[in-house]
Design a protein around this ligand. Structure first.
Ligand code: ZN
Length: 361
């Protein structure tokens, strides 16, 4: 039976070995090689979006480097060192969240603790999460430590905001960029967890969750857990959509098409229809924006970038994103105004066309 409570599934299924880390194969391979050839660096910088496996990988690295039975770079998860890290009781793995310990005193404290050699394990591992949050003074103190690290110390700095980490720190570390986990990899992992937990859920539903998680495995597992908490072990795709606030309505596509083809009349008609049907326009607009965002990405990626198309798409998205339905989520006016503003404001584009269409309607 599934136990529900926020992060239960996430903790339960958090990868314990490198082979379970999803979507970060190049990083995992490099770390395994370093471990099996005894060439582990003194400082690593893990950057990337939230929930992509940075601290999880750091913990596996901490185990592997201290494991008594390291096998091809993988920790055994059975020796006392592996166990103490798995059970969160290891003295020699020091985790610090820089978001709440950002001052120079905290880093001084860290430096003092670094001065003591490991109590049980061979290596002391310092995991500094959200390292970009440190103050300048704290960064300087950290830099001194990174310049002359004690031989037993391994530093793993993790950040979602690489550009906010000083170059002097970055250059002292071996850097790994964690990428967003591809949707199919998330679906696969969720399907595995669902099966193990006795949950019957369609691949389509898992796809919906994966897309909503935007490449963050942790968010995906948390969403899956919420779905099961609400709807039990056999949730339908409608229930999943409902919980995640997703609107499955073809008119989102129609509205996107109308806007892209400068058909203001159709856009206004659709806004009114959807509002008359009592749909939540916040969700409807968001779904339309997501369709347009996909097109923006496709356009931006194409070989001969269509700049006019790009600027038009971004103008439409910006206008839709600025809509405010807080007063009444079924009121069509903000959406109508956004459509009109997106298509009429700039005279050099196809505004004449739109105005003409308005005149004749
Ligand atoms: Zn071990």
């Amino acid at each position: 039976m599934l136990v529900i409570g926020g992060f239960v599934l996430y903790s339960k299924w958090r990868p314990k070995g490198f082979e379970e880390v999803v979507g970060q194969e190049p990083i995992v391979t490099t770390l395994r090689n370093a471990l099996s050839t005894d060439q582990v660096a003194h400082a690593y910088l893990f950057s990337g979006p939230r929930g992509t496996g940075k601290t999880t990988t750091a913990r596996i690295l901490a185990k592997a480097i201290n494991c008594e039975y390291l096998n091809n770079g993988d920790p055994c998860n059975q020796c006392s060192n592996c166990n103490s890290i798995n059970e969160d009781v290891a003295f020699d793995l020091i985790e610090m969240d820089a978001a709440s310990n950002r001052g120079i005193d905290d880093v001084r404290d860290l430096r003092e603790r670094i001065a003591f050699s490991p109590s049980v394990m061979k290596h002391k591992v310092y995991l500094l999460d959200e390292v970009h949050m440190l103050t300048t003074g704290a960064f300087n103190a950290l830099l001194k430590t990174l310049e002359e690290p004690p031989p037993y110390a391994i530093f793993v700095l993790a950040t979602t905001e690489l550009h906010q980490v000083p170059a002097t720190i970055v250059s002292r570390c071996q850097r790994f960029d964690f990428r967003r986990v591809p949707n199919d990899a998330i679906v696969q992992r969720l399907a595995f967890i669902a099966k193990e937990e006795g949950c019957t859920i369609s691949e389509e539903s898992l796809g919906v969750i994966a897309r909503q998680s935007r490449g963050g495995m942790r968010d995906a597992i948390t969403m899956f857990e919420q779905v099961v908490a609400l709807f039990g072990l056999t949730p339908t795709v409608e229930e999943v959509n409902n919980m995640l606030g997703i609107i499955e309505d073809d008119r989102t596509n129609e509205l996107a098409n109308a806007l892209v083809s400068d058909d203001l009349v159709r856009a206004l008609e659709l806004s009114r229809e959807v509002s008359d049907d009592g749909l939540d326009l916040t969700k409807f607009t968001k779904a339309t924006i997501n369709i347009l965002r996909e097109r923006l990405l496709v356009t931006a990626r194409s070989k001969d970038v269509d700049l006019i198309g790009l600027s038009k798409l971004s103008r439409i998205i910006a206008n839709l994103a600025a809509t405010d339905f807080r007063r009444d989520p079924s009121d069509a006016i903000p959406l109508e105004v956004a459509c009109a503003t997106a298509l009429i404001i700039e005279p050099e584009n196809s505004s004449a066309n739109s105005v003409q269409k308005l005149d004749t309607s």
